[in-house]
Each structure stands twice: as C-alpha cells, then as structure tokens.
Design a protein around this ligand. Structure first.
Ligand SMILES: *Cc1c(COP(=O)(O)O)cnc(C)c1O
Length: 232
C-alpha cells in the first residue's frame, strides 16, 4: 500500500496531466485547480499526515466526525470545507468552524449561516449545490432556484458567493462523464455572468477527476484516491 503522501502526489500528478490535456485550461491564464482532500470518516492523524505532505484544504461531510478533527488539529493552518447535506438545526457549528460551505441549496440555510457566522471571522465562502440531473433522491437546487438563492446570498454580509458545486450521477463511461461535466460547466458560466464574486466550479471526485477538469472545473474533491476506500 502507498503512503498517504504518495497518494497525494499521484492525485496531484493526475490533476496536472488532466490540466495539460484540457484546452479550457491554457497555461497562460490564472486557472489554478484547487484540490480538496475529502477526509470524511478518516482519522485526525490521517488528516495530519496529508497536511504534512503539503495539503491545506480538507472536506468533511458529517458534522460530528468533522468537529472532533477540527478541534484536535486547530493549531494547523487548515481550510475546512463542509460538503455534506445540511440540517437546518446544525447550521451554527458549521458557521462557527468552517471556512467554506459547498452544499447550500436553500435560502433558509443561507440565512441561518449568515446570522450565525461569528463577527470576528471572515465571511463564509459559499457554493450553491446544484442537482444536475434533477434526481429526486438528491439534495441540491435547480437552476431556477439557484438564481434566486444566489441573489439572496449576494445581499448577505457574512457570506460570499464563490460558486457552484455539483455531484454528477456516477457513470463509468468517460464520454458520459464528460457530457455531465460539460453541462455543469455551462450552468456555472451562465450564473457567473450574473454574479461577479463567483470564481469556483467545484466538480470532480476520484472517479471523474479527468472529465471534470477537461470540462473546466477549478476545484476537485478527492477522497478515496488520497485516503483509500472508506469502510461502509
Ligand atoms: C465523498 C465525497 C467526495 C469524495 O469522493 P471520492 O469518490 O471518495 O473521491 C467528494 N465530494 C463529496 C460531496 C463527497 O461526499
């Protein structure tokens, strides 16, 4: 088995080669791709090992699991991203402990995060989660809902609207992955025209990282290929 540092290095190499193969990311432009290491269900010492290999952005889905790690690693310079479904009665610890929240999908949640973000902290970076395939079982806003939500977030002083987040439905065929990711990119570009603070397309996981980058993603969220498979 490879070490976590080796896994991190090989994910970074995949990102670099996907970027080199993508016309939408030409080298002259400021199109850095940010890597989020998704550490859900993994231990604080795993997070620390990846941190020591140079990683600074980590993503967590489960609040209780995350809060323990955030506490025990609070001396480290980590940016924490909340990427799980949000229950409205759990917004306060999210507003108090995270730097980014990528799964905002309704106004009520945005309002609560805005009201609960501590004054002494920088505004919370927010992505709206879009339900790309209109799957009934999934969280995420439709594009029509997203426009209203973005307009509302734009007026909230303690939130900054950074972009859109997508979880396309899992597909093995790379062409189908690319087709989904291109649709996500179109929706992002369309919103970005209206909302000037939007600079982040959060799209791409272990299985579709290449398709996401080829379609123009500039933030990928990688769990399995850095930390190994998760127990279920
Ligand atoms: C778990 C998760 C990831 C990482 O998925 P992997 O397939 O393990 O890379 C990315 N984004 C979200 C929202 C997740 O829940």
């Amino acid at each position: 088995m490879n070490s976590l540092a080796e896994n991190l290095a090989s994910v970074k190499a995949r990102i670099a080669s996907a970027q080199a193969n993508s016309p939408s990311h030409d080298a002259c432009c400021d199109s850095d791709i940010k890597l989020i290491a998704v550490s859900k269900t993994k231990t604080a010492s795993d997070v620390q090992a990846v941190y020591e290999a140079g990683q600074r952005d980590f993503g967590e889905n489960y609040l209780q699991d995350a809060l323990g790690k955030i506490q025990s690693l609070n001396q480290l310079d980590i940016r924490w991203h909340f990427i799980g479904p949000i229950q409205s009665n759990k917004t306060r610890p999210i507003a108090e402990n995270f730097d980014w929240v990528q799964t905002v999908d309704r106004v009520k949640i945005a309002e609560r995060l805005n009201n609960q973000r501590p004054e002494e902290l920088a505004p919370l970076n927010v992505c709206i989660q879009i339900n790309l395939d209109n799957e009934a079982s999934k969280t995420g806003a439709t594009m029509a809902e997203a426009k209203q939500l973005a307009t509302a977030i734009d007026r909230m002083p303690n939130l900054i609207l950074r972009g859109l987040m997508f979880i396309p439905k899992p597909q093995h065929d790379p062409h189908q992955q690319l087709e989904s990711c291109m649709r996500a990119n179109e929706q992002f570009r369309c919103m970005q025209n209206e909302f000037a603070t939007m600079d982040t397309l959060s799209l791409g996981m272990s299985a579709d990282l290449e398709a996401a980058i080829q379609a123009g993603s500039n933030m990928v969220r990688i769990g399995t290929d850095i930390f190994g498979a998760r127990a279920t």
